[in-house]
Design a protein around this ligand. Structure first.
Ligand SMILES: [Zn+2]
Length: 458
């Protein structure tokens, strides 16, 4: 059925105007004033509402075997939670372990998502080793439309990649015109500092941050940037958490390294005192890089407002309280992650735009447009134009509410932002022309999501 979204205020990364949007099949076919609706058109009144392009979360984990367990969301629950929160596309980390076959892993991740996702999705291909076989497989994966890699400098012995493999991965990435995303913490330092703290009887979640301090992340950023410089490859630092790491990244950009920066919503909103809460409470707030000293937050918000931080993702990785308890007597065994796929957009809108820390257009840019541009989805995704996919968020900026595990759609038994106020909410969300969320509730097609083949910029 054709769809007409009337009287809304369209907000993109660089435009703001009132107009109607007409949608046929999956695509925006007309934008203008007082558009007529042919018979049989579904009309949505967006008076007093913003109409944003569907938001893109560039960093999520859905299927995630980690530390001997699995993250709680499935593609079904994770994608519906994403949509309710205004996210119409996510890019999932495909993370086979180092001993596993890259291509088999890739097929497994795709198969998990296929037919189970309510929103659109793509993957960053995790590279955990590099031999002749891997190289041929990565070429095949890129040819399949997955044009971005993910490397971990952290997680020694699990996902972590050595320097030789890093160099070869980036060299291939350069040749293929593929961007490489990186978790930048020095693995060896983390391993040594974890062992030292544990040997001193410092075993609780409050020791997670001291085991991987800010300078360890800054070193990781510098190291990654050096390898980008040597290979001429394009890089993207994921979940940058602190001022020293930001300074390392900006220094690299200044000397001409092609490097972009992502931060994630937990680092903008939460600080390390959450992980210092007693008993199992602290474990809920363990992720890597860790939540930092609060003084870092202002630096991140300012860099975001300036555009030095390009994108805001989540690093969504939901483990419930029972799984977090696996590490109660050894913080290195706490599964890492803070769930946020559902709350990213509302938190960024509230504590950015509504509270005066972020321009409305920069908000759309950081939560949608930049990710679309960087990862080969633009202009199908990331904007509101004739010809773009009709992924739209009719957003109520008057809504007042509070986040809670009791009302969330994410399949996990806590919310890291429990009790936090929000000043806005998606009312209607469409995915390629189909209403997936109405009155803030998921009402749509559970299998509408499709795998996005991406174009490489070369
Ligand atoms: Zn991650």
């Amino acid at each position: 059925m054709p769809l007409l979204i009337q009287n809304g205020e369209i907000i993109t990364a660089d435009k703001r105007y009132k107009a109607d949007i007409y949608i046929e099949d999956e695509t925006i076919t007309e934008i203008g004033e007082n558009l007529n609706a042919p018979e049989g058109t579904e009309v949505i009144d967006a008076s007093g509402r913003y109409v944003f392009p569907g938001f893109i979360d560039p960093h999520v984990h859905i299927y995630l075997p980690f530390m001997g367990t699995y993250a709680k969301d499935t593609h079904e629950t994770g994608s519906q939670a994403a949509l309710v929160g205004g996210t119409t596309t996510f890019i999932e980390m495909c993370c086979p372990a180092a001993h596993e076959d890259a291509l088999e892993g890739y097929r497994l991740w795709k198969q998990k998502a296929e037919g189970n996702a309510a929103c659109d999705y793509a993957f960053h291909m995790g590279v955990t080793r590099f031999d002749e076989r891997t190289e041929a497989q990565l070429r095949e994966i890129v040819a399949d439309g997955t044009g971005s890699f993910k490397v971990f400098l952290a997680y020694k012995g699990a996902f972590g990649i050595g320097d030789e493999a890093l160099y070869k991965t980036l060299t291939l990435a350069r040749e293929l015109g593929v961007i490489t995303t990186a978790h930048t913490e020095n693995a060896e330092l983390v391993a040594q500092m974890q062992a030292k703290l544990l040997s001193e009887g410092k075993t609780g979640p409050e020791w997670h941050e001291p085991s991987r301090p800010e300078f360890v992340e800054a070193d990781g950023v510098h190291h990654f940037a050096t390898f980008l410089e040597a290979t001429g490859a394009k890089g993207y630092v994921v979940h940058l958490s602190c001022k020293p790491a930001l300074e390392a990244a900006l220094a690299a950009k200044k000397r001409g390294v092609d490097l972009s920066i992502e931060s994630v919503i937990p680092h903008l909103m939460l600080d390390k005192s959450y992980a210092e809460r007693p008993d199992s409470e602290g474990a809920k707030y363990v992720m890597s890089p860790p939540l930092r000293d609060k003084r870092n937050q202002a630096a991140l918000w300012e860099a975001l407002a300036r555009g030095d931080i390009s994108t805001i993702g989540t690093d969504h990785a939901p483990f419930d309280t029972g799984q977090k308890a696996m590490g109660l007597t050894d913080f290195t065994r706490i599964p890492n992650g803070i769930p946020a796929i559902e709350d990213r957009v509302n938190l960024l809108y509230t504590y950015g735009v509504s509270r005066g820390n972020l321009d409305l257009h920069r908000f759309v840019d950081a939560a949608s447009t930049q990710a679309a541009k960087m990862f080969g989805l633009y202009p199908g995704k990331g904007t509101v134009e004739v010809g773009s996919d009709a992924d739209l968020v009719v957003y109520d900026p008057e809504y007042q509410g509070t986040l809670s595990a009791k009302t969330q759609r994410m399949n996990v038994d806590y919310n890291g932002f429990e009790g936090v106020d929000i000043d806005g909410k998606p009312e209607v969300v469409t995915l390629r022309g189909v209403v997936q969320v109405r009155d803030g509730q998921f009402v749509g097609d559970r299998a509408r999501g499709r795998f996005l083949r991406r174009e490489m910029s070369g």
